[in-house]
Design a protein around this ligand. Structure first.
Ligand SMILES: [Zn+2]
Length: 346
């Protein structure tokens, strides 16, 4: 990738109101059958156009074809009973009614490959595709079969690897695994979480990313953040092992967070998607605010490895706010890009 400081988003963008209820997670579809298929494709076209108009360099589908970043993937697998629900605590934080693993899990057919091919057909820009990470998947289920978080994560890693290989063949440039659970279960991350992630990317030639954040701007997450104190050092736990892993890119929440930016020194050598847009507020950042976050990150990340990004997905925001934030991200990155180029030619 030749562009200096290429911009991208963590993944999701708001859906149009005719497709699903806006500003809602797990929002049910408003269409069905062929109309739903057409509607999802049209929404993907719009999400792509919004990114193009904002000048985003690495584009995504805005996750327009999925209801939720974890559940939709699991829905396509066998071995999971969606009728049999149990209440569990997700990420040690909030109760949710989740489906049950009742037998061996497997992928009968590809989940997102047709959607990725469609996105590929719509743009020449580099595309990034998000999948849930193995640890985050097991944390969104009740396991009545394997009775081992590690075993189930390993099975999911194998399934994710099958899907990722097909996404790569469909022309996806970066495959990203969303692992917010890495910020919570530190012992498991180091025991088997990163190993499972590496199993999921085994044999891939395209670039790979892991997205680790403090979650969408929903109340359960913002309440949790209030308990974390003035310095958020969660990243410190996984970084040393991630630095040694085969993952190419690490996507992080850096803007308005209490993450000490010098923690980035622990992943020196990796490419870093630096979250410079807060998704938990409707206030739109100024380009200068975005630039400030990027400048701080540049003290610990080489310029050719820095990818300006959003803190997390923007699905729960209004379309207007999301549009403003995309533009701010682009404008902020441009400011820093100009500074870097001026320094180079000076
Ligand atoms: Zn996130």
């Amino acid at each position: 990738m030749k562009t200096l400081l290429p911009t991208s988003t963590a993944g999701s963008l708001p859906k149009p109101a005719w497709l699903a209820q806006p500003e809602t997670l797990w929002s049910p579809w408003k269409l069905e059958g062929d109309e739903l298929i057409d509607g999802k494709n049209d929404a993907l076209r719009i999400a792509l156009q919004e990114q193009r108009l904002a000048g985003i360099d690495i584009v995504s589908d805005g996750e327009q074809t999925r209801q939720h970043f974890v559940t939709t993937f699991i829905e396509h697998l066998s071995g999971v009973d969606f009728e049999k629900r149990q209440t569990v605590k997700i990420r040690d934080r909030y109760d949710a009614s989740v489906p049950t693993v009742v037998g061996p899990v497997s992928r009968q057919k590809s989940v997102f490959v047709e959607d990725a091919k469609f996105l590929r057909s719509q743009t020449d820009k580099p595309i990034k595709w998000a999948l849930p990470g193995p640890m985050t998947m097991i944390d969104t289920l009740y396991d009545d079969h394997y009775k081992s978080r590690e075993k189930l994560a390993w099975e999911f890693a194998k399934i994710l690897n099958q899907e990722a290989k097909e996404l790569e063949a469909a022309g996806v440039d970066i495959i990203q695994f969303d692992e917010p659970a890495f910020n919570v279960f530190f012992d498991e991350v180091n025991d088997w979480g990163i190993a499972a992630l590496e199993r999921a990317i085994e044999g891939l030639k395209c670039e790979t990313a892991v997205h680790i954040c403090y979650g969408y701007g929903i109340k359960a997450n913002t309440d949790w953040k209030k308990t974390l104190g003035s310095e958020w050092r969660q990243y410190e736990e996984a970084f040393p092992k991630l630095q040694k892993s085969n993952i190419d890119i690490i996507s992080l929440e850096c803007h308005n967070s209490h993450v000490p930016i010098d923690l980035l020194a622990l992943i020196r050598g990796k490419k870093v998607m630096v979250g410079a847009i807060d998704v938990a507020t409707n206030t739109i950042e100024t380009p200068e605010e975005v630039a400030n976050t990027l400048r701080k990150a540049l003290e610990f990340v080489d310029a050719d490895k820095l990818y300006p990004c959003t803190n997390c997905g923007m699905a729960p925001l209004s379309r207007e706010v999301a549009r403003g934030k995309l533009a701010a991200l682009s404008a902020g990155a441009k400011l820093v890009r100009q500074e870097l180029l001026a320094k180079k030619s000076a």
